[in-house]
Design a protein around this ligand. Structure first.
Ligand code: NAD
Length: 281
């Protein structure tokens, strides 16, 4: 689990700034938090005292086990809302649920996402529609519902999990790249609209992070390109990532905790690359 590095301070010595790791009393809604990056960010919030609404697909008993374990180990309230990110009304209901169940909404993380890898001319049209809906439109529906609540509170933090593919392209990922570029444009627009309301809206753009989504991509890429899994990892995925290391969810949590803290108040409308140098090329 991500921990802020701490400087030893004597009783008389005050730290220069308080590490932004106290989220007591705050409420976060995180779409797609039954797995991968979303689950890691949910744990980052709960372990710092914040209440969380989990969301995402999966085996109900496994989700309930995760929810109950997080609640018990962190001593916070953790709820689950099953909104399907394909459905705008369910997404709006998830945001309203946070407010009704937990009393407020401080942090919205638009994280749910899917991928499909195929040449444009063969790209299944239903996959295109799903990727645009889950990876892009769900961000609009959740943000639309969250802003009035955040405005009424005078503070809010919206963090969109985009991707290095929000900044640059790769072949065979047309829908994903289009959706993630859209997320970055949407992030900038929202940031301008809410800049005077104590609300910030930013995007985090990870490179390759080893999560179930990436595991599925390894198999897809191996099939599409006709090469082994090992070759996909070294020659395709981490080929573009100069560090040759997967990004970790802890590294993403570090950026996320900064953005949702008071220290992050002037970061607005920005896209933060955490990609081992991929998009510097
Ligand atoms: P993941 O597959 O582990 O998690 C995706 C989450 O989205 C899951 O909780 C899943 O249940 C949920 N989800 C999918 N479809 C849904 C639907 N219709 N309704 C509700 N929830 C749904 O993937 P991840 O790697 O943790 O990805 C999370 C986000 O990070 C995605 O937006 C992805 O594009 C982005 N991202 C991932 C990487 C990476 O390398 N893993 C890199 C850059 C960006």
């Amino acid at each position: 689990m991500f921990q802020w590095p701490r400087k030893d301070t004597s009783e008389t010595e005050r730290p220069v700034f308080r590490a932004p790791d106290d989220l007591k009393g705050q409420v976060a809604v995180i779409s797609g938090s039954t797995s991968g990056i979303g689950l890691a960010l949910a744990r980052a919030v709960a372990s710092r005292g914040g209440d969380v609404v989990l969301n995402g697909l999966g085996d109900p008993s496994e989700i309930e086990r995760t929810r109950a374990e997080m609640e018990a180990s962190c001593g916070v309230r953790v709820r689950y809302h099953a909104a399907n990110m394909l459905k705008g009304d369910e997404i709006a209901d998830m945001v309203a649920y946070a407010r009704h169940q937990l009393g407020r909404l401080d942090i919205l993380v638009n994280n749910a996402g899917i991928q499909h890898v195929e040449a444009v001319e063969k790209f299944p049209t239903d996959k295109w529609e799903q990727i645009i809906a889950i990876n892009l439109s769900s961000t609009f529906y959740a943000t639309r519902a969250a802003i009035p609540i955040m405005k009424a509170q005078g503070r809010g933090r919206i963090v969109n999990i985009a991707s290095a593919h929000g900044l640059v392209a790769s072949p065979f990922k047309s829908a994903y790249v289009a959706a993630k570029h859209g997320v970055i444009g949407f992030t900038k627009t929202v940031a301008l609209e809410v800049a005077r309301d104590g609300i910030t809206c930013n995007a985090i753009c990870p490179g390759f992070v080893d999560t179930p989504l990436v595991q599925a991509q390894i198999a897809d890429q191996a099939r599409t390109r006709g090469i082994s899994r090992e070759k996909v990892i070294t020659d395709v995925m981490l080929e573009a990532q100069p560090t040759k290391e997967f990004v970790t969810t802890d590294q993403l949590a570090g950026m996320f905790l900064y953005l949702v803290s008071d220290l992050g108040a002037s970061a607005n409308g920005a896209s933060f690359s955490i990609d081992g140098g991929w998009t510097a090329q």
